[in-house]
Design a protein around this ligand. Structure first.
Ligand SMILES: O=C(O)CCC(=O)C(=O)O
Length: 270
């Protein structure tokens, strides 16, 4: 199957949009992919996700808040060539470079986040506390594989929260939900939650506070994400067990102090 041209064509960003992302910590871009492109990859992403579902066979009632939030499968791009074509596309990687203001972009990892019908909320958290990175130049592209109305649990961002240093050592949990929600109110941080049309994609920094509501519909909320980092990102000494685990999982051959140039971290742009 040959890839669709749109996947690798640039999506021009204005200076205002780049400024907005850097000030607010996230941006929601419209019409980034057309329906044909999404439908071409959606079934394959779903197949790989369900085939690798870590929750298969588990009793939902025994799951914690985080596990109830979604089925999570990482590095699908290493498991399937068709998914790899989508995950490594140049359109998204160039946007990541433009938003971060870097000359090059690498893969950190991808993941599927499927919130099943009646799947629970995703607690407030920041992503980068899990990653042993030398700078804040990381960004996640959140790519819904269908429209996400409010009742399906779209992402909600804390505007400007990447600059506030809130809960940077707090696991995603009921406690992070309570603590961050309280800080969001006390510090007058705007909560921005919008529905996504098919083809919309949002980007958020690794240090931006975000959460998602529950999926109260009878359809799964199927989302694919790609997490990018500056191509010059170095591995720092692990500060917690998550850093150690992510070092082993996502950049195993890199030594502390080196640029993360493992085969799992290909340069995707330029
Ligand atoms: O999809 C969700 O509910 C949460 C996603 C998320 O936390 C992320 O992509 O960083």
């Amino acid at each position: 199957m040959s890839s669709l041209p749109l996947l690798n064509e640039p999506y021009p960003l204005s200076e205002d949009q780049i400024q907005q992302f850097q000030t607010e910590g996230f941006i929601h871009l419209k019409n980034l992919f057309d329906a044909e492109t999404i439908s071409r990859y959606r079934d394959q992403i779903a197949r790989v996700t369900y085939n690798n579902n870590p929750l298969a066979g588990k009793n939902r009632d025994e799951l914690g808040t985080y596990e109830k939030a979604f089925i999570q499968v990482t590095n699908l791009w290493t498991k399937d060539e068709v998914v790899q074509e989508f995950a490594c596309n140049k359109r998204l990687a160039k946007i990541a470079a433009d938003l971060l203001g870097t000359s090059g972009i690498r893969m950190w990892h991808d993941q599927a986040l499927f919130k099943e019908p009646s799947g629970g909320f995703t607690p407030w958290h920041v992503d980068q506390q899990y990653w042993p990175m030398s700078s804040g130049l990381s960004v996640t592209a959140w790519i819904p594989l269908q429209a996400v109305p409010l009742e399906m649990g779209p992402l909600c961002f804390g505007r400007g929260s990447h600059q506030k240093k809130i809960a940077r050592d707090m696991d995603i949990s009921d406690e992070s939900e309570r603590y961050i929600q309280d800080q969001v109110k006390k510090q007058n941080i705007d909560e921005v939650q919008e529905p996504y049309d098919l083809g919309d994609v949002s980007f958020h920094y690794g240090w931006t506070l975000h959460r998602a509501g529950p999926n109260t519909t009878d359809q799964p909320r199927e989302v694919f994400t790609v997490i990018y980092m500056d191509s010059a990102m170095k591995l720092v000494e692990p500060k917690n067990s998550y850093h150690q685990a992510d070092w082993e999982a996502f950049t195993p051959s890199t030594q502390i102090g080196e640029v993360m140039d493992d085969p799992l971290n290909p340069v995707l742009w330029p």
